[in-house]
Design a binder for this molecule. Structure first.
Ligand SMILES: Cc1cc2nc3c(=O)[nH]c(=O)nc-3n(C[C@H](O)[C@H](O)[C@H](O)COP(=O)(O)OP(=O)(O)OC[C@H]3O[C@@H](n4cnc5c(N)ncnc54)[C@H](O)[C@@H]3O)c2cc1C
Length: 592
């Protein structure tokens, strides 16, 4: 496998040249003195070095060795504890953390790039700090000041880790039916009892304590999602001075043996009257979780992009090196017995598909991260609200489309290696195995599609959709004539999406099955259109600078490939949407 190289040039292009993030930061008092273009550049460069040098080398050995469970204790693969401590000591677990509790306070658009690098290098490793960062977000947004002061500093410092305990054996997508209970105690704490499964980082040997956020029901809770509360349950109790005390009554019953992310411990967690503290008000647990989910779902989308990027880097090197057959137009390298496979149209198709989807995904995830930053930091209420509405609309697209494209790109990356892609030695098959979970956890991609179409688009009567579509329409209406090769097909894609949205708004009134029947294909039309917008924005910058550097000419070439070869996929997807739900119900359940 090629050594991982952080795509810093492309990250700088997206941040500084396409979105001009430093202008935005300068306008936001909360960020103006925290970050500028130079600081961001240094952070990304240093992150790239540490991640490529320390974390990437453990990817293959971590996959080979996996985690082990002995009498309730979980051992991560060799090298993981030391690497985690080095990563934490470098301050990397605190990049996005609140500076009042020892975090670096960097905006999401910066942490998104660090996450991309970390997950490209080693997704299993990246999950431990990611779950911790998610738990910190929920505590910071909804916990009491006492909980924040007690737990956040050590969590940001990477001395303690976090986990998110939602799923139960009988309750995955449908969290409204969870059974874990929390009994109030006289001192204001709770006794939490129940079994959670599939808990990432529920137990491990990387940190001295693990802070679990657990969804549970109070005795008098109403049934369904409105009766769920959120509790902070530490592995080791923490006294008033922050020192670790006795072990809480919770344990790891076993770990799962999985298809991929083998170095990430996926745990069964048993809570047996464990002491916990409520986060937010009773029965507000799911709402408190949702604060974290928009960040976490974007983070999972970025995981798909990360693996696609890693696979691409390997595939390019291989395609330049491997010689097989002659170019259709005649020998490209007559001194050798055959040409490098990069000359073949089909290999170029796969490489360009990977490149266009990865770079489109990087721009799109950065765009969504910028909306999260505006929603959090803007001083203007209307700007905050518009940004929040975009976040709400685009989060399911970012989670599902980036991970679906992540699987497509990792499979192309395997195919370019031919038979060598199928065997372990080259590492391409691990990327596919690792990528597959990104389409499943944090809400399956089918559920993300339902969320987009049912709750966000139709649920707002099309208003959220129009907010985004209007932004694209405004861009195409004001773009200069030399961008027409990009803005015209972009406009056509938006028109297709407009038509589908109006058609579904109408059809769903009389038949609720239409939403679920159309949602996955609708999300994909949405995703390709969003990427087309990103590619048009990138092409605008690249056109202006094409004489300066080959980087911009490469960008333009990739943009042209995206519009010529990938955007037309919306036509067949739109036809599937319009076919409606009838054909899905021609068979009775016993006919399958
Ligand atoms: C490796 C790994 C790590 C994980 N980490 C965590 C973690 O840290 N914390 C945690 O709490 N959980 C975690 N999970 C759990 C994960 O989030 C769930 O597996 C996921 O949300 C799906 O739930 P489920 O497996 O119960 O599937 P189900 O909910 O049973 O779904 C099965 C299928 O039915 C579909 N389906 C269900 N309901 C509907 C519907 N209404 N409409 C249409 N289709 C529907 C789904 O899309 C899916 O295809 C992890 C899982 C794995 C495998």
């Amino acid at each position: 496998m090629a050594d991982y190289k952080a795509p810093l040039r492309d990250m700088r292009f997206v941040l500084n040249e396409v979105f001009e993030v430093s202008r935005l930061w300068a306008q936001l008092p909360a960020l103006a003195n925290v970050v500028d273009e130079d600081t961001a550049s240094v952070i990304l460069e240093e992150a790239g070095k540490v991640i490529a040098g320390t974390i990437a080398p453990l990817n293959r050995s971590g996959d080979e060795e996996g985690c082990s469970w002995i009498d309730g204790a979980v051992q991560t693969p060799r090298g993981f504890p030391e690497a985690y401590q080095a990563y934490a000591a470098g301050g990397w677990t605190s990049v996005g953390g609140d500076d009042r509790f020892g975090g670096m306070g960097m905006p999401k658009v910066i942490t998104a790039q660090v996450e991309e690098m970390l997950n490209s290098a080693n997704l299993s490793f990246g999950l431990y700090p990611m779950l911790t960062a998610g738990a910190c977000l929920s505590i910071n947004a909804h916990g009491s000041e006492a909980l924040k002061a007690t737990y956040l500093p050590n969590m940001y410092a990477g001395v303690w880790a976090g986990s998110m305990c939602l799923t139960e054996p009988h309750a995955g997508t449908d969290l409204g039916i969870i059974r874990t209970r929390a009994e109030p105690q006289a001192d204001g704490s709770y006794k939490v009892s129940g079994t959670k499964i599939f808990i990432t980082g529920g137990e491990h040997d990387l940190t001295e304590n693990i802070i679990h956020l657990v969804l549970a029901r109070l005795p008098d809770a109403p049934p369904g999602p409105k009766g769920i509360s959120l509790f902070l349950v530490p592995k080791f109790m923490v006294d008033v001075n922050g020192a670790l005390g006795e072990r809480n009554s919770l344990s790891c019953g076993s770990i799962e043996h999985k298809m991929g992310i083998k170095a990430s411990a996926t745990c069964v967690m048993n809570f047996d009257g464990a002491t916990g503290y409520i986060i937010d008000a009773p029965n507000k647990g799911l709402a408190a979780m949702f604060t974290m989910m928009n960040y976490e779902r974007l983070g999972v989308g970025i995981q798909g992009l990360s693996l696609g990027e890693r696979s691409y880097q390997n595939a390019v090197e291989y395609a330049r090196d491997r010689i097989q057959s002659r170019a259709p137009t005649g020998p490209a390298d007559p001194d050798k017995v055959a040409d490098p496979i990069i000359v073949h149209p089909d290999v170029r198709r796969m490489l360009l598909t990977m490149k266009a989807l990865n770079e489109g995904g990087r721009a799109f995830s950065s765009y969504v991260a910028l909306q999260l930053d505006s929603a959090k930091y803007s001083e203007d209420a209307a700007t905050r609200q518009r940004a929040q509405e975009r976040v709400v609309l685009l989060t399911p697209v970012a989670k599902a489309f980036l991970t679906d494209m992540g699987l497509e790109t990792t499979v192309h990356g395997q195919q370019i290696f031919g038979g060598h892609g199928f065997i372990r030695e080259w590492g391409q098959e691990q990327l596919i195995r690792d990528c597959r979970i990104t389409q499943i956890y944090e809400g399956t991609n089918g559920i993300q599609a339902l969320d987009l179409l049912g709750r966000k688009v139709l649920g707002s009567g099309g208003a959220y959709y129009n907010l985004f579509a209007d932004e694209i329409r405004q861009f195409t209406a004001t773009a200069s004539a030399d961008l027409a090769e990009f803005t015209k097909p972009l406009n056509d894609a938006v028109k297709t999406l407009d038509e589908l949205t109006a058609w579904l708004l109408d059809r769903a009134k009389s038949n609720p099955n239409e939403i679920g029947a159309a949602s996955v294909e609708y999300l994909h039309v949405f995703g390709y259109t969003a990427y087309a917008y990103m590619w048009a924005l990138m092409a605008r910058t690249a056109l202006l600078r094409q004489d300066q550097d080959v980087f911009y000419r490469t960008k333009l070439g990739t943009a042209r490939f995206f519009f010529a070869r990938l955007l037309p996929r919306v036509h067949s997807l739109a036809a599937s949407v319009k076919a409606g739900s009838e054909s899905l119900y021609l068979l009775d359940a016993d006919q399958f």
